[in-house]
Write a protein that binds this ligand. Structure first.
Ligand code: TXA
Ligand code: MG
Length: 327
């Protein structure tokens, strides 16, 4: 049985979190909110507990996990933190940034997938902070979805995929950013972007100079990018705003297809379900939850507007194109 513990998202009650912290310390699995998405946590230094994460998600074992800490001053417990990494944490932690750093020998190979490096992140969420502080151990946590499914941004999404597979879900409401952290490889001379995310790369470049973009296609450096990701149960189609594409979609509707639409612009074709966002930030925040809602709604195809590339748009484009599987 999975137990749900509801806490106040802004002022989490310490005594309610105590069983979750205790569960982490004794090797159990606890899903918890961060500012990006919900994570599926276990004690990062307990190899058996970490293996249980992979089993619960059905995750390929060669895809390494991010380790979460309450404060960046603890990062030296699990990684080699040089002056550049320290500067990045000073500026952006807590926040939606994961730095891949040389791993300390204490970190089990299950966490690093044998790469010798470890992703380190300090989440900016009161519930994550309170839980990590109470647990007192570094917490390895991938997104709390079944491998390949849209990432979970609320407790119900976690339960939809992982009910009975985790000990506790800490329900701290919906996450605010809605897309995962930006993953930066900081082991080499130049920083490399492994995954665009909640922290725009431009902000990192302002502090640390150019960030190489080559990472996300590099299978060895960024193992997570080789797998099918974020796939809804019904096909997702990207709409680029051209008239030609609009006409093709209108034809589909005429032929009786139940189309759903999500995006910022009004849909230029009739559709059965419509989810509109005021800003790219709201689009990003609700994207994964919207996918899950629409796949339950009975439509046969989701059409999503292709957003601009500025700011959060880069990460949103990455998730959209993966969810569409190239369509
Ligand atoms: O916002 C987030 O990052 C969320 C929350 C829970 O913190 N976590 C998350 O974890 O998205 P996950 O496992 O779903 O994605 C982690 C990504 C994967 O693409 C993985 O390959 C990459 O980070 N990664 C982790 N450790 C790495 C390492 N040592 N070297 C290269 N890539 C790494
Ligand atoms: Mg994930």
């Amino acid at each position: 049985m999975t137990r749900t513990i509801r806490v106040d998202p802004l002022l989490p009650e310490t005594e309610r979190l105590a069983p979750a912290a205790e569960t982490l310390r004794r090797g159990g699995l606890v899903a918890f909110p961060t500012e990006t998405v919900y994570g599926l946590g276990a004690d990062a230094l307990d190899a058996g507990a970490v293996r249980a994460i992979f089993a619960a998600k059905g995750r390929p074992v060669d895809n390494p996990l991010i380790v979460h800490l309450a404060d960046y001053s603890e990062a030296h417990r699990i990684a080699r933190v040089d002056a550049r990494a320290e500067g990045l944490f000073r500026r952006f932690a807590p926040g939606p940034l994961t730095l891949v750093l040389p791993a300390s020998p204490d970190v089990p190979g299950e966490v690093t997938a044998g790469l010798g490096t470890v992703g380190v992140r300090i989440p900016a969420h009161p519930v994550a902070f309170a839980l990590l502080s109470a647990a007192g151990c570094p917490v390895a946590a991938p997104s709390a979805n079944s491998s390949g499914r849209p990432s979970p941004t609320c407790a119900a999404d976690v339960l939809e995929d992982l009910d009975h597979r985790v000990d506790i879900v800490v329900d701290g409401g919906s996450t605010s950013l809605g897309l995962e952290s930006t993953v930066i490889d900081a082991t080499g001379e130049r920083l490399v972007l492994l995954r665009p995310g909640g922290l725009p790369v431009e902000e990192i470049e302002e502090l640390s100079g150019p960030v190489d973009a080559g990472g996300s296609g590099d299978r060895h450096r960024s193992p997570g990018t080789r797998y099918r990701h974020y796939a809804p149960r019904i096909p997702l189609l990207l709409w680029d705003g051209t008239e030609e594409e609009s006409r093709r979609l209108a034809d589909r509707f005429e032929r009786g297809e139940a189309l759903a639409y999500m995006g910022i612009a009004p849909p230029p074709f009739p559709c059965a379900e419509e989810i509109r966002f005021a800003t790219p930030e709201q689009y990003a925040a609700s994207f994964f939850q919207a996918l899950r809602r629409l796949e339950r709604s009975g439509v046969t195809r989701i059409v999503a507007q292709w957003p601009g590339e500025e700011g959060i748009g880069r990460a949103l484009r990455d998730r959209l194109s993966r969810a569409a599987g190239g369509r």
